[in-house]
Design a protein around this ligand. Structure first.
Ligand code: 48F
Length: 259
């Protein structure tokens, strides 16, 4: 049978709209497809929760593809090796408590496992705002990244979620919007974003999971966004904290969603 271009077009439009329509009301909306967001999404979806993930760029992966300074290897320490095992990602011991993995294998495997577990990834979409009710974040305001890049005056669309995870990395974009536009204070010591500090790998890695928590009712922070929100240092291309952060936020939200 001769291939019909209009059928190809219709298939894409129908299938994409089906995916979009089925995810207008979700349990958890993850903002950012870096390692922390992908790991969080994977564990939640594997636990049976409805999860959508929004990524501004064409490809997910955030800061992981490039390893350190484009040397595409990453380092993971003992405490997070079980997450690599869970995903089936290969690694090699380099020294005691230092393991290396291929960053391309890491991110491609995490992405594949997350999607196959049920996470719906929407790439090329930018989260520009949140939906709010009194003292509560209830969803996300979305637009195409291309609209943003072109500076077009086009109104966004909205999805509702029981919880939002800000996994936007160094920029803490969702928390920043909440600080600017939502009445009330963040659950930090000053009520504001504390701001990321300079490099200190040991401190940053040990505090990333601790900083992974609810920062405003309905809004959690994970990954580098957690450290930036709570005023802790960066850690460079060691990724155990990112993996543990994704695992932790998923565990906490599984509990909250059970309640
Ligand atoms: O930066 P990113 O990889 O975040 P992460 O999971 O991991 C941090 C590490 O990569 C590294 C580090 C660890 O050693 O410090 O930096 O905390 O991924 C964040 C993703 O969020 C997307 C962005 O394009 C990136 O892929 N993103 C950021 N803002 C938005 C967004 C937004 N407003 N809407 C949609 N996606």
């Amino acid at each position: 049978m001769e291939l019909n271009e209009v059928t190809i077009t219709r298939a894409i439009i129908d299938r994409f709209h089906e995916k979009l329509r089925d995810n207008l009301d979700v349990d958890v909306a993850v903002v950012g497809g870096g390692p922390s967001g992908l790991v969080a999404g994977y564990y939640l979806a594997r636990g049976g929760k409805k999860v959508s993930l929004y990524e501004r760029k064409l490809s997910v992966g955030g800061g992981m593809w490039g390893g350190g300074m484009m040397f595409n290897e990453i380092v993971v320490q003992d405490s997070a090796i079980h997450v690599l095992d869970e995903f089936g990602i290969r690694y090699r011991e380099y020294a005691e408590n230092y393991y290396t993995a291929d960053s391309v294998e890491c991110i491609s495997t995490m992405t594949s496992r997350a999607v196959q577990s049920g996470v719906k990834i929407f790439n090329c979409m930018t989260v520009e705002d949140v939906m709010m009710r009194t003292n509560l974040i209830t969803g996300l305001v979305l637009n195409w990244t291309a609209v943003d890049m072109a500076g077009l005056h086009v109104d966004p669309l909205v999805i509702r979620s029981k919880f939002v995870i800000d996994a936007t990395g160094h920029d803490t974009e969702v928390v920043r919007v909440v600080q600017r536009k939502v009445p009330g204070e963040l659950k930090t010591s000053t009520g504001k974003i504390e701001g990321e500090k300079s490099m200190w790998a040991e401190r940053a890695e040990s505090l990333t999971p601790e900083n992974t928590r609810e920062v405003f009712p309905g809004l959690y922070v994970a990954g580098m966004a957690a450290n930036a929100t709570f005023g802790e240092p960066r850690m460079g291309p060691i990724f155990g904290g990112m993996l543990l952060s994704g695992e932790k936020v998923a565990g906490e939200l599984m509990e909250r969603l059970r309640a």
